[in-house]
Write a protein that binds this ligand. Structure first.
Ligand code: GAF
Length: 397
């Protein structure tokens, strides 16, 4: 199954809004999910990442209201969350915020607009209905897709005039400070700034982002996503634990972040770190270099040559950062054995998906082989689909 999205989902989102609210939206906006080609957990270390937006999107149909009420609805459930702009602006107390569930993502965007300079007091409320074909819990950043779609919608209808980098900031603040997931800027940058056909090379210290052409079609290559169906959750302790280990390493090495450490310096300081902290830091330091190498190889030789870097990245996540799972490792191993030229887990880890860079004529061979191996091991059947590099958040209609 390839990206379904497209016009059908735009129509469905519109119909969903009309069924829920009994009038028509003034517009429909969307933002994509993403895969990260390479550069994992480097974003909150002020390092480098190379994601691309996928052709699976979250759509938000929206209309402003005459009062200050916000109603948030989703095709994934029947509940409509209702709050006032002023209450969201004030941050809501802990209990009320916790009760929002998934609606904390879009409402966090409203809150973050206020925190970053928008004067929410005089602004009207709105009704919004979301629909999506970004799988949830697959490590493909469904949450940033919701945030991105609403951020571009509100930026337009509230006439806020934030630029792309500011919108990344809004969505990032929503996720970190309102939802409480201590993530970096990778997902929000991809959802908002990505360009069709290209990956986005982001320097997470400066926020500078530039497209790097992937040329997949011209090389008869495709990226196969293998969703292991092992759900992951960023707010969970493991992600925060890895972040804390990186911060500890930076502190003990006397630098602002691990971005400022070379492999030679890290090895020279080995005695000052405990074994686990050393390995966590080694993943970040080597992963940053792999992102730079991947960008250079893509520019000089093309995507056919990045396979070894992808696998080196997976090994580092498996052995040093310890964020892989047996299902992810199996998917990587089988994909490589049966035709992929590169494969690695993508996203935060502890479940989610593998990406396999594969010649198009070998895609079904990889799929059949992975399916067979998962069945043999008694693992849940994975879901597999090809993704293409797509554009960031935009108005659809
Ligand atoms: C998740 C986070 F949201 C990102 O910020 C990033 O840290 C990623 O995990 C790992 O690279 O997607």
């Amino acid at each position: 199954m390839s990206g379904t999205g497209g016009n059908d989902l735009v129509d469905e989102t519109q119909a969903g809004f009309e069924a829920r609210f009994e009038y028509s939206p003034s517009g429909i906006w969307s933002a994509p999910g993403r895969v990260n080609l390479i550069g994992e957990h480097t974003d909150y270390n002020e390092g480098f990442v190379l994601p691309f937006a996928i052709d699976r999107r979250t759509f938000g149909a929206l209309a402003l209201r005459d009062d200050d009420v916000i109603r948030v609805s989703s095709a994934a459930g029947d509940d409509v969350v209702e709050v006032r702009v002023a209450d969201v602006a004030s941050g809501l107390d802990g209990e009320k915020r916790a009760a929002l569930g998934w609606a904390a993502y879009p409402l966090g965007v409203v809150w973050a607009f206020g925190r970053l300079g928008a004067d929410l007091a005089g602004l009207p409320g709105f009704d919004v209905h979301f629909d999506s074909d970004v799988p949830i819990g697959a490590g493909l950043s469904s949450s940033a897709a919701i945030e991105g779609a609403l951020a571009v919608a509100l930026n337009e209808v509230w006439r806020l005039d934030f630029d792309g980098a500011q919108l990344v900031d809004v969505c990032h603040r929503a996720e970190n400070d309102f939802v409480g997931a201590p993530t970096g800027i990778l997902d929000q940058s991809a959802a908002l700034l990505a360009e069709e056909g290209a990956a986005l090379f982001i320097d997470c210290r400066s926020g500078a982002a530039e497209p790097v052409e992937l040329g997949l079609e011209a090389s008869d290559l495709a990226i196969l996503v293998i969703d292991t169906k092992v759900a992951h959750e960023h707010a969970s302790g493991e992600y925060a634990d890895r972040r804390a280990a990186c911060e500890r390493a930076a502190r003990e090495l006397g630098v602002r972040s691990l971005r400022d450490v070379t492999l030679e310096q890290l090895i020279a300081a080995r005695e000052t770190l405990d074994g686990v902290t050393f390995r966590r830091a080694r993943h970040i330091v080597t992963e940053n270099q792999r992102v730079l190498d991947t960008v250079a190889v893509l520019r000089e030789a093309g995507a056919t040559e990045i396979g070894d870097l992808m696998f080196a990245s997976h090994r580092s996540m498996r052995d040093d950062f310890e964020i892989s799972t047996r299902e992810l490792d199996l998917a990587v191993e089988i994909a490589l054995n049966y035709g992929a030229i590169g494969a690695r887990m993508t996203g935060g880890g502890f479940g989610g998906s593998v990406i396999a860079l594969t010649p198009t004529w070998l895609i079904s061979q990889v799929q059949v082989s992975v399916d067979g191996a998962f069945a043999e091991h008694g693992y849940t059947a994975p879901e597999m689909f090809v993704v293409w590099p797509s554009r960031g958040a935009a108005r659809e209609r």
